[in-house]
Design a binder for this molecule. Structure first.
Ligand code: NAD
Length: 377
């Protein structure tokens, strides 16, 4: 079968300005920079698995930002990180003295990579310190906290982005392009799964509602919600949801498996499944004149995809590298914010509606968003 989109064609598309992740490489450094910094300093807050194995390594290859500071509650990590990444003592903070970061000119962006219950506190403290903010998913514990983060960033005049790495990733950008350009006609139905089988310690924070805010839905479900939205190109107008539990002795405090059905303004529909007990990671869109799918659709690397016209083929680059460069580029060059705070809030509105539907025995919940709310091109 002939490739629908090859690496070469993707390169051309990117230079036409349609693909944020690849596009940043082409931006002229010198133009309009004046005295401005060419590379922005990022402070990672929380040095757990994601910072250690994904973000810090990716920051060794970024063009528009670099690892400038760390914030950790574990003193032993100060030494190992400072030695490994050459972080000066003045740029090492703990959770108590973190606010002093306001006086550190090397830090432009604070990236909050803590358990979900700490996202709002540290995003707001970062904004008050005058730093731009990247907040990991899910944005917060509830919609009210999302509003507090958004308002704090607005009040301080700083930019806010979500850690939604897929918006900078070429397979996902192809999906958004198919929808925008109606490559396969109107999208009729999307099916998306984002799940893994959790076998770790039952004491982990992800299974503790006070720290996580929920189970599979807030952890992996946000990817399935996101897929349903960018594969239809619309915000949903309703959702109905169901919860299933097969290992209640392990999932004592948080949801194990959730399915949900969305309706969209165009008449398109979507079904999603998320779980901490099932292995699945895919997105399939059935359209008027064909179909497209990604499988896997939201793992770090490598994603894969195919369409009714042929397979997809893109160069594999660290999604986190592309994501952080895109956000730095948004600050430096005013390129689009591919995953704004409003997108995180929209998804939390949907999360709350899904939990409400489950609590009401699967009752349909109406959702209200303006057409463009939470979208990025
Ligand atoms: P992790 O458990 O590996 O690390 C959590 C970090 O927070 C640790 O350094 C820990 O010391 C610290 N911490 C502070 N207070 C804590 C407390 N009370 N309990 C537990 N840990 C505490 O988690 P992670 O996988 O790095 O996830 C961190 C955040 O990043 C989460 O919000 C998660 O959803 C998000 N995440 C996003 C992606 C992505 O692809 N965008 C991937 C993984 C994680």
């Amino acid at each position: 079968m002939k490739n629908l989109i090859t690496r070469r064609k993707f390169g051309k598309t990117a230079s036409m300005g349609l693909a944020g992740g690849a596009m940043v490489a082409n931006l002229p450094f010198a133009c309009a920079m004046g005295e401005q910094k060419k590379k922005l300093g990022i402070a990672l807050v929380g040095l757990g698995g994601y910072s250690t194995y994904q973000l810090a390594p990716a920051l060794q290859n970024t063009q528009h930002c670099y690892l400038a500071a760390i914030v950790t509650g574990t003193p032993a990590k100060e030494k190992t990180w400072s030695q490994k990444y050459g972080i000066p003592q003045k740029s090492i903070y703990n959770y108590q003295n973190f606010d002093g970061i306001k006086d550190n000119p090397d830090v432009d962006i604070v990236y909050v990579v803590l358990p979900n219950s700490m996202h709002a506190e540290f995003s707001i403290r970062a904004a008050k310190a005058g730093k731009h903010v990247i907040c990991e998913k899910p944005m917060a514990m509830n919609v009210a906290e999302c509003d507090e983060i958004i308002n704090a960033c607005k009040a301080s005049g700083v930019k806010l982005g979500m850690g939604y790495r897929l918006h900078s990733e070429p397979f996902t950008q192809a999906v958004k392009r198919f929808v925008r350009e109606k490559t396969f006609g109107d999208v009729i139905h999307v099916s998306s799964d984002a799940a893994y089988r959790s076998m770790g310690s039952p004491g982990q924070w992800r299974l503790n509602r006070k720290l996580s805010g929920g189970g599979a839905l807030v952890n992996m479900g946000v990817y399935a919600i996101q897929s349903s939205i960018y594969a239809t190109g619309e915000n949903p107008i309703s959702v109905s949801a169901q919860e299933f539990s097969t290992r209640p002795e392990y999932f004592k405090d948080t949801d194990e498996t959730i399915t949900a059905q969305f309706e969209f303004p165009s008449g398109a529909t979507a079904t999603m499944m998320t779980s901490h007990n099932i292995r699945a990671n895919r997105l399939h869109a059935s359209c008027e004149n064909g179909w497209f799918e990604l499988d896997p659709a939201s793992t770090y690397i490598p994603l894969a995809g195919r369409t009714s016209k042929g397979p997809l083929d893109f160069e594999q680059v660290s999604q986190q590298q592309l994501q952080m460069d895109d956000f730095a580029s948004h600050i430096l060059y005013e390129t689009p914010n591919l995953a704004p705070g409003e997108m995180g809030k929209r998804d939390m509105i949907i999360v709350e509606a899904i939990y409400k539907s489950i609590a009401q025995g699967g009752k349909r919940q109406e959702l209200e968003f303006s057409n463009s709310y939470g979208f990025s091109k």
